[in-house]
Design a protein around this ligand. Structure first.
Ligand SMILES: N[C@@H](CCC(=O)N[C@@H](CS)C(=O)NCC(=O)O)C(=O)O
Length: 204
């Protein structure tokens, strides 16, 4: 969400949510998102949680084409949104939790069974993604879309989370293409980035 907001140069006032101190479970925040999770967008008095919904809203507001016009392409974006939550990000996110979140929050070392399961699931998902990207620049083909922002969201954490992405050449090439965007490389506004490892702790 932050990468897209920055890429589109949208005038967003970023607020840091200190997850380490439980700010996302405070009544004030739960009034915005009863799930107690970041990110949440407020736009003109309207509130929108869920990162993928926010991606669509921002792209539509910016009229930038990253939310495609063609209904079939829109359905394809929804396909990748569902797929990343169910498979790719779920597996990569588990590795992020095991290798990055657990040590940071003093929850003890990574759990071997959870790691083994997540690696197996990540490899299975990445195999499918790699085959899809073998003859495409972007998930939808020739044009970048919000689906690319959603599916690739876990990859900047690949090193910290020991996500075995380097075994998948087309996924690697696709992510390198995203990394050509300054906003992908530096998604966080300075105030948020300065507040710590902003990876999972901002409210867009
Ligand atoms: N489906 C939600 C998931 C959001 C989510 O998992 N947020 C994490 C940080 S990336 C969070 O707030 N975790 C704290 C918690 O669940 O207590 C979305 O895509 O926005």
């Amino acid at each position: 969400v932050c990468a897209l907001a920055r890429h589109l140069r949208l005038p967003i006032d970023f607020r840091y949510v200190d997850v380490a101190r439980g700010a996302h479970k405070a009544p004030q925040f739960l009034a915005l998102n009863p799930n107690g999770q970041v990110p949440v967008l407020e736009d003109g008095g309207r509130v929108l949680p869920e990162s993928n919904a926010i991606l669509v809203h921002l792209a539509t507001r910016a009229q930038c084409g990253l939310w495609p016009r063609d209904p079939y392409d829109q359905a394809q974006v929804m396909r990748w949104f569902g797929w990343e939550m169910d498979r790719f990000t779920r597996a990569g996110g588990e590795l992020y939790f095991q290798y990055a979140v657990r040590p940071r929050f003093g929850l003890g070392p990574a759990e071997p069974d959870a790691v083994a399961g997540a690696i197996r699931d990540f490899r299975a998902a990445a195999t499918i993604l790699d085959a899809h990207l073998a003859d495409r620049a972007w998930l939808l083909g020739d044009a970048m879309s919000v689906a690319d922002f959603a599916v690739a969201g876990v990859l900047p954490y690949a090193e910290d989370a020991r996500i075995p992405v380097r075994h998948f050449p087309h996924v690697t090439r696709w992510h390198a293409r995203l990394n050509e965007l300054p906003a992908w490389r530096e998604p966080f506004p300075p105030t948020v980035a300065a507040a710590g490892d902003a990876g999972a702790r901002h409210h867009a």
